[in-house]
Design a protein around this ligand. Structure first.
Ligand SMILES: Cc1ncc(C[n+]2csc(CCOP(=O)(O)OP(=O)(O)O)c2C)c(N)n1
Ligand code: SF4
Ligand SMILES: [Mg+2]
Length: 287
C-alpha cells in the first residue's frame, strides 16, 4: 500500500463504452477515489464484477479483477478475500446481477460478514440486455417485455440486507460525487461487509428513474436527525420511511468480520503444500 496513490492510478487504459451520461461513470469515479483515500493501490486491490453494463467496471479499473458469471460475483469475492485477506476486495455489479439471479448469494454474503465491500449500481433496469424490468423496477414500469409493468412490488435491497443481518447498509447517488465517495470510503473502512446501493441512472432505457427524479426525491441522512448506529432508527428509515435516502443508514460498530471471528486470517499462500497426513488417512479409509 502506498500513501501517494492518486485515484487516476485506478483508471485502466480501456475507454468505457458506457453511454454518455450513464450513472456508472460517477459510481466508478467515487469507488476509485475512495480506494485511493483509504490508502489502497492497484496492487493490493481486487475488483470482482458482475455481468451487465455495470459489470464492465472491472475492465475500466486498473487493479486485479475478475469478470465472471452473472449473479456470482459475491461468492467469488468472498473466495478471493479468504484466499488472501491482505487484498482489498470490492465487488461491483448491477441490480439485476445482485438482486435477481444473484439474490441468494447476496443474502448469504451479507450474513457471512466477510471484510469486503459491495457496490451495486442500481439503475432499476437491465441495461446491457436493452431495457427489461429488474427487481428494483417500479410496479408499473413499462418495458418491451412488461408492457403493463412488472405488476409486482420492487425488491427493497436495504430491507433485504437488514433482514439478512447486515452490519453496514448505505445508499448513494452517483452524481453526488463527494457524498458517494465519502460513503464508499466508510464501507471500505467498515470491519465487515460494507454494502452500498448506488442510484446510478440508465439514461438510455429508464426514463422514469432519471437524474431529475433522484435530485428531487433524495433525502440526505446527514441533513436530518439520523443515527446510523441505532438499529430501530435504521429499520424505520428502510421499512416505513421514504425509500430514497442517501448516506450510511445502518452500521453495527461492534461488527467482527467472519475471518477474524473464525481465526481464518492467514493467507492461503502460507499454508504448506500438500494435504495434511491426517486428511490423507481419512481419504485412504474410503478407497
Ligand atoms: C446466466 C445468465 N442469464 C442471463 C444473462 C443475460 N444478462 C446479461 S446482463 C443481464 C442483466 C443485467 O442487469 P443489471 O445487473 O441490472 O446490470 P446493468 O446492465 O443494468 O448495469 C442479463 C439478464 C446472462 N449473461 N447470464
Ligand atoms: S444502457 Fe444504460 S446502464 Fe448501460 S451504459 Fe447505457 S446508460 Fe449505462
Ligand atoms: Mg441494472
Amino acid at each position: 500500500m502506498s500513501s501517494d496513490v492518486r485515484f487516476t492510478d485506478f483508471k485502466s487504459d480501456k475507454q468505457p463504452t458506457w453511454c454518455p451520461g450513464c450513472g456508472d461513470f460517477g459510481t466508478m469515479n467515487g469507488m476509485m477515489k475512495a480506494l485511493a483515500e483509504t490508502g489502497n493501490d492497484p496492487d493490493n486491490t481486487f475488483v470482482v464484477a458482475g455481468i451487465g453494463c455495470s459489470g464492465k467496471i472491472g475492465t475500466y479499473m486498473h487493479s486485479y479483477a475478475l469478470h465472471g458469471v452473472h449473479g456470482r460475483a459475491l461468492p467469488v469475492g468472498i473466495g478471493v478475500k479468504m484466499a488472501n485477506p491482505e487484498l482489498e476486495v470490492m465487488v461491483a455489479g448491477g441490480d439485476g446481477d445482485g438482486y435477481s439471479i444473484g439474490a441468494g448469494h447476496f443474502v448469504h454474503a451479507v450474513r457471512r460478514n466477510v471484510d469486503m465491500s459491495y457496490v451495486v449500481m442500481d439503475n432499476r433496469i437491465y441495461g446491457l440486455t436493452k431495457g427489461q424490468a429488474s427487481p428494483t423496477s417500479r410496479e408499473d414500469f413499462e418495458t418491451a417485455t412488461t408492457p403493463e409493468g412488472p405488476k409486482q412490488p420492487p425488491v427493497n435491497p436495504l430491507a433485504l440486507a437488514l433482514a439478512s443481518g447486515a452490519t453496514f447498509i448505505a445508499q448513494t447517488f452517483s452524481s453526488d460525487s463527494q457524498r458517494h465517495t465519502e460513503v464508499v470510503r466508510k464501507a471500505i473502512e467498515h470491519d465487515g461487509f460494507g454494502f452500498v446501493n448506488v442510484y446510478s441512472p440508465c439514461v438510455t432505457f429508464n426514463d422514469v428513474d432519471t437524474y431529475d427524479y433522484w435530485r428531487d426525491s433524495i433525502v440526505d441522512l446527514s441533513e436530518v436527525d439520523h443515527d446510523p448506529t441505532d438499529y430501530e432508527a435504521a429499520q424505520e428509515r428502510i421499512m416505513t420511511g421514504d425509500r430514497e435516502h442517501i448516506g450510511v443508514i445502518y452500521q453495527d460498530e461492534g461488527s467482527v468480520p467472519f475471518e477474524e471471528r473464525e481465526g481464518l486470517e492467514d493467507p492461503m499462500y502460507e499454508i504448506p503444500d500438500g494435504a495434511p497426513e491426517d486428511a490423507m488417512d481419512l481419504v485412504r479409509e474410503f478407497y
